[in-house]
Design a protein around this ligand. Structure first.
Ligand code: GLN
Ligand code: ZN
Length: 775
């Protein structure tokens, strides 16, 4: 090993390309505008550039097979031949069409407006289910197994990519998703781990082929090691790695864990017969001491010290102060330097940002900058600080500036935070009293009808927004356009007889960005894209400083909409927990504190809306449940501050003001206490696809407040018939009392077209009327 640097690993890198080249190539291929050869060529060019970039930045342990056309879990399903029969694969190498059918469905699939009959009508195969990758905003395709599932090596992608890199002069460390995590992420059989013995030979064969290709190390990701595991799972890990170590004795296996600490799984992890273990020391720095204590002398520890989940520049001298004695004690040949997890979850290159505030910019690091930081650490540890003096000085200066910058610290916010009292997070009276007052005020019929907030964001709406952004539409022209859309939508809601109206959210690009852009403490990047799933990328807001609300954000649009109708129009806000969970957040204050600051800012808006006359205010918390920590033991603390933040923003209003909230899911079994503690007067949730079974949590809990269980699946272009909606409502009535029930779609309608929304809502109102007649 060269003594110029300790080994520096990247673990995994963003694959979409600095200018989202992969997205463009994929979408062009899917739409038939370009052929497979063009797609393969773009992908190869992106990989080559990626390897070259890492090499130039001083990464010495360069990953391969971290690239994917869609998702690394799907790649793994394909590699091991776990391809459900519906996709019509007959064995042998898996064609790209099969791969994309699993990813996106084939022909007229779910969500494809071209098919008016819906997915169940035999025109194609739906995509595999997609769900969130641990606690990130990345989504993976859920592996689907069948009882008696067989596996066979069906893709040589890991070998091919290692070979491709080698031809370009890079010896890479191929990355595989580990067999135990892979199985645990899957569905379709009661005990996925029972499939392990059938799966291991495929992994063994892959490792042998990688060894034959010249690989020296292979990284095997087992993030399941940071979860609550039972003994069976720990035994499966031991069995798996005993088999793999035996199958490829010449290979060094680096088992990578990330997104948390190993906790009680530490002994299992350090006793696996592998060459290395990667630890997330950003989420769980304190596990290092325990790991060093327990790890066998010759186990290489990969120290994940640069945050792979956030975008802040590290304080390198401080980090070195921590690492130096450890590395000295363990031996430089028993340590690698790495990010906490794959860099997939951060944007690629800060240098592309030309409009960020210069100070904020100096505090940030994207993937490229993080790799440079890793290399600086690797060199400082091998050669001493002198070798990288400038980089260390600049890092220390940026940290110091950030710690005291007035752009970050606002004493007025600190003052407000200090003045928060418990009473501020409590409504004046309990729900039963408020409900009486509200019933008298609104005089709504039984089973009131409403929608969740947004109406279709048509091509026209998006065109107008981008024309305005480019300056082709003046502020005045854009505003007239939005007013026209809003007015038409209000009139139409009145016409079809909805009871509680919304303004339609035409002025909003995104439910978090819209607020982030108006709150102090947030900024936005131009190119800070992060892959969410497949070709879809998001550009999360950056929360860098104390949050306050310089002026009202929604009152103008709400007032305009309300001026057009005598029916109540809901004020429409995004809640503090959702704004927090969908942003890159500060790492210099606890999440709970950042959340509380946002709550105070949204509280100002709630009170302004009430003052302006809004009688109902909806505060969406779409991301509250997805923020649940990975470990069960951390749930309570999270739910406590999350619920407290919601209450703080919602509770300043009078009894007669009705607070609504909305959540895009309904699996509330395990958190129903927290949902009840939010104490929203009305909650709307997603239930249409669960046949209302998910309402059982509310029934069992005897949830007292009002509920709008979704009766229209807005994820599908299908228009529900009146009778289907009535049937769902019958099921809801078995679980809730009539006076609790509201009638609404599952979620906002922004992704749908008017052609579907019109008849669907007309049917929904008709179902409500039918129900009122019989109830
Ligand atoms: N009010 C938002 C809308 O209707 C809510 C969206 C969401 O919960 N994801 O679009
Ligand atoms: Zn929703």
């Amino acid at each position: 090993m060269s003594s110029l640097s300790l080994p520096v690993a990247a673990l995994g890198t963003p694959r979409i390309g600095p200018r989202r080249e992969l997205k463009t190539a994929l979408e062009s291929f899917w739409s038939g505008k370009s052929d497979q050869a063009a797609l393969l060529e773009t992908a190869a060019a992106l990989r080559a550039a990626n390897w070259a970039r890492q090499h130039a930045l001083g990464v010495t342990v360069i990953p391969s097979n971290d690239f994917s056309f869609y998702d690394q879990v799907l790649d793994t399903s394909v590699m091991v031949g776990a391809i459900p029969a519906a996709y019509g694969w007959a064995g042998g190498p898996v064609p790209l069409t099969t791969y994309f059918a699993m990813a996106r469905g084939s022909q007229a699939d779910v969500g494809d407006a071209a098919c008016s009959h819906g997915p169940a009508h035999g025109h194609g195969v739906p995509a595999q289910e997609m769900t969130k990758w641990f606690d990130t905003n990345y989504h993976y395709m859920v592996p689907e197994f069948a009882e008696g599932q067989r596996f066979a090596l069906s893709s040589l992608k890991p070998v091919e990519e290692a070979r491709e890199a080698k031809a370009l002069g890079y010896q890479t460390r191929p990355v595989l998703l580990g067999p135990v995590t892979f199985l645990k992420l899957g569905k379709g059989v009661t005990d996925p781990l029972s499939l392990l013995d059938g799966l291991l030979p495929v992994y063994a064969e892959m490792l042998q082929r990688l060894a034959a290709e010249g690989a020296e190390w292979v990284q095997i990701d087992e993030p399941c090691l940071v979860l609550d595991l039972d003994d069976a799972a720990r035994a499966a890990l031991r069995r798996a790695y005993a088999a793999l170590a035996q199958a490829a004795p010449s290979l060094n296996l680096m088992v990578a864990t990330y997104f948390g600490g190993l906790g009680e799984n530490l002994s299992t992890a350090v006793s696996l017969p592998v060459a290395g273990l990667h630890l997330d020391l950003v989420r769980a720095p304190s596990q290092l001491a325990a790991a060093i204590d327990k790890a066998p002398r010759d186990l290489v520890l990969s120290l994940g010290v640069i945050d792979g989940r956030n975008i802040w520049r590290a304080d390198l001298p401080a980090l070195l102060g921590w690492l130096e004695p450890i590395v000295a004690a363990r031996g430089a040949d028993r340590v690698q330097i790495a990010p906490s997890c794959s860099l997939l979850h951060v944007p690629i290159d800060l240098d592309l940002e030309d409009e960020l505030d210069a100070d904020v910019c100096s505090w940030l690091a994207f993937a490229v900058q993080k790799m440079a930081e890793l290399s600086t650490i690797g060199r400082a540890l091998a050669q001493g600080h002198g070798a990288v003096a400038d980089a260390l000085a600049s890092s220390a200066a940026a940290s110091a500036a950030r710690r005291t910058s007035p752009k970050v610290h606002d004493s007025a916010v600190a003052g407000r935070m200090a003045a928060v009292t418990a009473a501020m997070a409590r409504r004046g009276n309990a729900f039963t009293t408020r409900a009486e007052t509200q019933r008298r005020r609104f005089g709504l019929p039984l089973f009131p009808t409403t929608t969740i907030g947004s109406f279709p964001q048509t091509a026209e709406v998006r065109k107008a927004r981008s024309a305005h952004a480019k300056g082709a539409l003046t502020d005045g022209q854009y505003e007239s356009f939005l007013k026209e859309e809003t007015a038409r939508t209000i009139r139409w809601q009145e016409e079809i007889g909805l009871d509680v109206l919304v303004h339609g959210e035409f002025e909003r690009n995104d439910m978090v960005q819209y607020f982030g852009e108006q709150l102090a403490g947030f900024t936005f990047t131009r190119h800070g894209w992060v892959q969410s799933y497949g070709s879809r990328c998001v550009r999360p807001p950056v929360l860098y400083g104390d949050v306050s609300r310089p002026r009202s954000m929604t009152v103008g649009w709400w007032s305009y909409a309300q001026s057009l109708t005598g029916k109540p129009v809901k004020g429409m806000l995004t809640g503090p927990v959702t704004i927090l969970n969908w942003s890159f957040v500060r790492d210099d204050v606890p999440r709970s504190e950042a959340c509380r600051q946002i709550a105070l800012a949204i509280r100002d808006e709630v009170l302004d809306l009430e003052e302006a006359g809004a009688a109902m205010i909806q505060i969406d918390e779409a991301a509250l449940r997805e923020g649940l920590p990975l470990r069960r033991s951390d749930w309570k603390a999270y739910l406590d501050w999350a619920v407290e933040s919601f209450r703080l923003c919602a509770s300043g209003v009078r009894d007669e003001t009705q607070i609504h909230t909305h959540m895009c899911y309904s699996e509330f079994n395990q958190i129903i206490d927290a949902i009840a503690a939010m104490d929203a007067d009305v909650i709307s949730i997603e239930t249409s696809r669960s046949k209302m079974e998910l309402l059982d949590a509310f029934t069992t809990y005897r949830y007292p407040n009002e509920i709008g269980p979704g009766v229209y699946d807005i994820h599908s272009p299908r228009v529900p018939e009146v009778e289907e909606i009535t049937a769902l409502l019958r099921l809801a009535r078995q679980r809730l009392s009539d006076r609790q029930i509201w009638i609404n779609p599952d979620c906002g309608l922004k992704t749908r077209g008017w052609a579907e929304v019109r008849p669907a809502l007309v049917n929904m109102v008709a179902a409500a009327r039918d129900l009122r007649r019989v109830a």
